[in-house]
Every structure is written in structure tokens, then in C-alpha cells.
Design a protein around this ligand. Sequence first.
Ligand code: ATP
Ligand code: MG
Length: 382
Amino acid sequence: MVDKNLVMERLKTVLDPEIGRSIVELNMLRGISIDDGNVTVKIALTVAHCPLAKTLQTDVENAVRKLDNVSSVRVETTTMTRNELEDLKVKLQARTGPSASQNKSAVGPGIERLGKRGIRSIIAIISGKGGVGKSFVTSMLASELKKRGYEVGVLDADLTGPSIAKVLGVTGKPHKGPSGAIVPVKTETGIKVMSINLVLEDPNMPVVWRGPIVNSVIRQLYWDVDWGDLHYLLVDLPPGTSDAPLTVFQSLPLDGVIVVSSPQDLASMIVSKAVNMAKKMNAPILGLVENMSYLDCPHCGQRVGLFGEPQGEKLALELGIPFLGMIPLDPSIAQLSDRGKIEHYSSPIITGITDELRIRAAKQVEQLTQNLPIAWSAEPAH
Ligand SMILES: Nc1ncnc2c1ncn2[C@@H]1O[C@H](COP(=O)(O)OP(=O)(O)OP(=O)(O)O)[C@@H](O)[C@H]1O
Ligand SMILES: [Mg+2]
């Protein structure tokens, strides 16, 4: 027999995709009814026509379906009244304290960490060595999050080998908006992109970036750009532990880091260097993604470990960081990247990794951020 308390326990694990807290804690639950194994859950959304409503519905369905004897789950939605919304806002303010979104905090002599403005989660993608698929993972996660209705931006912090604009198929030039800030270029699906490649007269000309310039360019790509309200800003880093990644760690208010590795990363040393850099800079590590883990042979279907046995999960365990998942080698990834059509790629594996990221990023935001969720800056529709 399905029982209301059991359903309630499951619903406590569902986080509002916007705010990152349990829907039960946020008083969004309006009722549970059970008819044999058919469960109906009624949820009040914070805003009508919320673009994330579908994500929330799927999360509720998946959570309740995990219970024994549940044959169907239906999710009905309504919208919170203005008063209910006000109560929630007060409750959230009480827990998070005043907004510190414009504050800057010192992180070391001569270096100031920039503020977050309207961005909820700033996540950097790092790796110990080059060519493991950071830029691919960055653009894939951005595309998948955008598909779920999140507002997403991608900052290409790889000045010497910028590839994000190409992979995501953006070519236009960013222009100055009315406020004087630079308006990022948007992809086909609306991801905001900023890369030095979009600004250079001739993106094919090699540029020598010296230390202090790297620092100021990366800060400008972030701070002089009008990112608007974003749920996620993903920052694609150059490989290794050199000046440029360090600048990002020192300058940007990162909420977390994703480490990308491949089974080729001889021994764990290369990966652990990157992990240690993040730890030293106090950037929370959201998890490790292993890319190019294996190849499913298109002819016989057999799984082949082209670069050796997958070892990401073991490595993550050794390093004491979460494992987000492994991505196989897939020739269509390289083809779509070359054509700037990576937003057209989808796979259940990427969906799973994105879900893991969403949950971990939301928890991180809850623990760390003092910003109010961006939903509250908009007038709720009635
Ligand atoms: N899982 C995959 N299957 C097939 N090709 C892939 C996969 N992941 C990445 N690639 C391809 O491998 C190449 C390197 O990937 P990518 O540029 O994302 O790596 P990177 O870590 O960002 O490199 P760099 O360190 O130079 O910035 C690209 O051509 C990309 O399309
Ligand atoms: Mg790259």
C-alpha cells in the first residue's frame, strides 16, 4: 500500500529547480491524493508559466515512482498567491541574510574577487591536462541546462585556445548595450556566450597573452559583460594549473568546479593536481566527469576501452570527490562540434550528469550564497 507519509518523505528530496531547496520546505506542496497505486501530487509554482515547471514535474514524478506499489504519478500545478509568495520571500531572506550580490570580497593581496550580480551558480570546468573534453563538457552541460528552461551563460576563459564560440556555433560580434556593458552573443537556443574570439578582429591570428593581461582580460570578460539574470554561468578553463585558471579562481566568485578527466590521464597525479588547485583556492568541487571512457563498437556493439579501462569512479573515490558520470567516445560529438551544432546532441548519459550537477549545485548555492534567488527579482505573474 502506498501511504501519504511515504510520498511526503520522497517529496522532501525534490528541490525547486530555481531556488535549490526542498519543495516541502518551501511550502509548495498543496496536496497528495492516492487512489490504489495512482498518486496525484499538487504543487504551487512560484510563478505562473514557470519555464522550469516541466523539470519540477519530472523530478516529482521520478521521486514518487521510486516507491513500491506506485502505478502512476500525476502532477497538478497551481500558482502561489502574492501573499504566499511574500511569506516565502521573508522566510528566504531570514535564512540567507541581506543580498550581497554586489559585494566584492578580498581574496589575497592586490586581488579582489568580483561580485555575483544576478548569477545564481558560477561553475568552472577544469582539467589536469589538455584535450580531455572540457570545452565539450561545458557546452554540453550548457545546452542540457538550457533545454530544461534555465538561463545559461558560457564564459570562455581559455584565451590561448578558445573553442567555445566554434563548438556552440556563434559568430556575431558582441556589442555595447545602452548601459555601456557588453551584450553577449546568443546561440541558436539562447545560451549567452562570451569569448575573446568574438572580440578579436581576426580570431585566427595568434595572440601572446602575458600574465597581467590574462588577468585583466578574464576579469573583463566576466565583469564588463551584461550577463543579466542567469541560473548558471559555466566557465571553460584552459588546461592545467597555470596563470589563467588561477586568475579565474582568484577573481570570480565560483560556486563550484567540475573536473574533467579521461582514462588516458596517466595515474591520478594529473587530475589530483587540478583538484588540489581547486581545494587550495577554496572552490568547492561538485564532481568529476570522465570523458572518452569507452567506445561502443558501431558494428558488433562491444564496449572497447580505447584509452584503457575507465577509472573515473575509482579516481573520484580516491580523491574524495563526487563522481558525476562517464561519457563514451562518440564520433557524432566531434562532427557536431566541428559544425557548431553541439546543441543538437543529446544522450541519456548527459542528462544523468546534468541532473547530478543540478542537485549538487543547488546544495552548494544553499550553503554558500547570500544572494536571493533570481526569481524574486521579477514580479510574479498572476
Ligand atoms: N566523448 C567524445 N567523443 C568524441 N569526441 C570527443 C569527445 N569529447 C571531446 N571530443 C572531441 O575531442 C576534441 C577535444 O575536446 P575539447 O576541445 O572539448 O577538449 P578540451 O579539454 O577543451 O581541450 P583544451 O585543453 O585544448 O581546451 C574535440 O575535437 C572534441 O570534439
Ligand atoms: Mg577547451
